[in-house]
Write a protein that binds this ligand. Sequence first.
Ligand code: AKG
Ligand code: FE2
Length: 338
Amino acid sequence: MAPQRRALPRGPESAGTGPGPATGTGTGRGGRRHSSARKGRSRQDPRGWRAKAAILLLLCTAAVGGLVLWSRLLAQDGISGDGILQDGVTEVLAHRSDSLRDKFVEIPCSEDYDSHRRFEGCTPRRCGRGVSDAIITREEAERIRRIAERGLSLGGSDGGASILDLHSGALSLGKHFVNLYRYFGDKIHDIFTEEDFALYRDVRQRIQQRIAEVFGISSSSMYLTKPTFFSRMNSTEAKTTHDEYWHPHVDKVTYGSFDYTSLLYLSDYTQDFGGGRFVFLDADSNKTVEPRAGRVSFFTSGSENLHRVEKVHWGTRFAITISFTCNPEHGIGDPVLG
Ligand SMILES: O=C(O)CCC(=O)C(=O)O
Ligand SMILES: [Fe+2]
């Protein structure tokens, strides 16, 4: 609001009293011209009207300028152009250019965990969100990204969001999903190698270990759960609701079994794609995580961590959602290559 308020009143006063317009009109300092100008003004001199018109024009320009500036500020905050209006301030929790080791912000846990069976030593008692660029290297992220690219090149959604789940085999194809393992049978060995799967497993283990340390729980009390999947997002218009990745949501509500969510980013905000920042929607402000290859963002999955992803405006964004549960009944194993 500030720029608009500041811009508006300046117009008339400064135009009337400031040196520029006064000298520029040529109604200068000479006695005769001055007095005739005074007389003229009382007879509604057209020059008076011209001055008024100029002031009006200035006012309009200032108002339009203020509006343009304001809409730019909103757009920077990710407020317009995303189809969702979000009020207020946006803070950056993790800049793409930062290399973060142990960033952690604690937040009071929501009551969401109370309506589920509790597993002592795992179910969150301490909630929050963390970001680390020190768990997975950029090189590992690039190798993982190539796995995602290879897999997703076999299918892909008609809309802007495609997924590949190596656990269940689900792969986006057009407006639907197919089972990669059933669809490709033995040919899957031409696409993925044992090393790919070993890397995937190793990355998952290290992320799990880190989450356990940060939240003070035992790594063996948490289990990988579904869905755990690669995502590829771009600016293609959504064709089905599966493509609408930008809606605010709570993972525990959306996916049920989640207790801890982690995201491993495989490409870079502003280098590989525009838009597509991850946003925590807090009551006081929004907090963004800017994706960076090898960056792990993790958080407790309840409504203390309501979030969304901004629409991708250009380029392609790759990530993996790796999710954990405390309920062994909802646990899944690592993917195996047939
Ligand atoms: O890719 C992201 O940054 C977030 C994805 C997400 O919110 C989810 O998979 O539930
Ligand atoms: Fe989510």
